[in-house]
Design a protein around this ligand. Structure first.
Ligand code: PHE
Length: 444
């Protein structure tokens, strides 16, 4: 066992790094377009329920495995479950690689938009140019830039790279996003945005499809189902109160998503761009909002800069955590030095982003595969692992949290509720996703 394993330097360092992982494009880009697509507040309510009942138990499961084993995912699963579980760990790492490959491309767009706001401002024709901005050599260039920064930080180490970045950047993100929500409230027409966002169309909530979207979003947003939180947990000491930290991380993640909605919807409605949200897709945020900023004149440039800067920050701290999964696996598995691992893994992932940088269709399918197959499948595996396979998960969870009495309920959720919900959802998601992949290859 790696006795020289790195450790977070403080409790808040771990929490902020984990919140940094959770809060990202998922909270602002994905959350708002899925909410728009799936009936406003009805979707939000379902998402909150799934987060509480399905995702949070898995989050606690991941940090329990990570802290208990002090290992990266593949070894951690083998530690408690035997060698038969190693393939699941491999799938986790593959998920990290896939997600980061396209996530880096979208993050590249955010860098570019922040740069546009800074150096020239937005013009109203920007919406029509989205396809050019999002695809091609430029998109790859910004992806490369973003990945370079990510690699540099991960190479710096757990405390000096990952933790320090989160400690500095996450508070900045909180301040910007709340400030923007306050500003958005002052806009004429903001009320229509709130009405859309906060009033529920319950006719949509009961479909399996919406449950699938809500579950996928809950896992993506909390960085679950691929060993990311497990890896971060492996740098924790045994004195950590895991339930408390887990609750804090989940609350911060949900909170930022909710507040981001309070920014996005008023802005879109105040500027009369709501017709554009209905048919929202992957690009919604990058099409509608710059147009809103363009129409707002000089102030739009400032608001746009802040908005996209917060997206860059969120994306960066999430990308760091994705890369860390692969890097820690290479360090533990091959005995590589951290710098070598960061550079090698980072370069390979950057290259894998090439297809996503050249085609929105590929990017969209990668997002579906990552969520619907990898993360939800990973969540199912983790719930079975901790619910049924691991010898004494409650004993592990109790370390540092002796006073907590609801651990048996947690384990029962992992045994009977989480796998059943996820099995249902996968039943819906798997065929859909496979046919999307198929469509990509045969050209629709
Ligand atoms: N949670 C991140 C976000 O919301 C994305 C992510 C998924 C990060 C999986 C790590 C692992 O943007």
């Amino acid at each position: 066992m790696a006795s020289g394993r790195e450790q977070w330097s403080s409790r808040s360092g771990f929490v902020l790094a984990a919140v940094g992982s959770a809060v990202g494009l998922g909270n602002m880009w994905r959350f708002s377009y899925l909410t728009a697509e799936n009936g406003g507040a009805a979707f939000v309510i379902l998402y909150l329920l799934v987060t509480l009942i399905v995702a949070v138990p898995v989050l606690l499961a991941e940090v329990v495995i990570g802290r208990g084993s002090q290992q990266s995912p593949i070894r951690a699963l083998a530690h408690y479950g035997g060698r038969a579980w190693r393939p699941v760990g491999f799938v986790f790492v593959a998920a990290g690689v896939t997600i980061l490959a396209y996530y880096g491309v979208i993050a590249g767009w955010t860098v570019r938009y922040a740069g546009m706001a800074l150096f020239g401002g937005f013009d109203s024709g920007i919406a029509d140019r989205f396809d050019d901005i999002a695809q091609g050599a430029d998109a790859f260039g910004f992806h490369l830039l973003f990945m370079g920064v990510t690699i540099g930080i991960v190479a710096g180490g757990v405390t000096k790279g990952i933790e320090r970045t989160a400690m500095v950047l996450m508070p900045v993100l909180f301040v910007i996003v709340s400030g923007l929500a306050v500003y958005a409230a002052t806009l004429d027409g903001a009320a229509a945005g709130y009405a859309y966002y906060l009033s529920a169309d319950f006719s949509q909530i009961l479909s399996l499809e919406v449950l699938t979207e809500a579950s996928g979003q809950a896992f993506f947003s909390l960085s679950l189902g691929m060993g990311c939180m497990l890896t971060f947990g492996s740098y924790l000491g045994r004195d950590t109160h895991l339930p408390r930290e887990t609750a804090l991380i989940a609350a911060a993640d949900v909170g930022v998503a909710f507040v981001a909605g309070l920014v996005v919807f008023p802005l879109i409605f105040a500027l009369g761009l709501s017709d554009k949200v209905g048919g929202s897709t992957v690009g919604a945020l990058f099409i509608t909002l710059p147009q809103a900023f363009a129409e707002m004149g000089p102030i739009g440039r400032g608001v746009g800069l802040l908005f996209f800067a917060s997206l860059v920050v969120g994306a960066l701290t999430s990308a760091i955590s994705l890369l860390e999964v692969v890097v820690s696996t290479a360090i533990d598995g091959f005995g590589w030095e951290r710098r070598r691992a960061a550079l090698t893994a980072g370069a390979a992932i950057t290259a894998l982003g090439i297809p996503a940088a050249w085609s929105l269709g590929v990017l969209d399918v990668m997002d579906q595969v990552a969520n619907n197959l990898f993360l939800l499948g990973g969540g199912l595996a983790l719930s079975i692992f901790v619910g049924w396979r691991m010898e004494d998960p409650i004993g592990e969870a109790k370390v540092g949290a002796a006073g907590v009495t609801w651990f048996p309920m947690w384990r029962n959720l992992l045994r009977y509720v989480v796998p059943v919900v996820l099995a249902f959802v996968l039943y819906d998601a798997v065929p859909k996703t496979l046919s999307a992949v198929w469509g990509l290859f045969v050209g629709e």
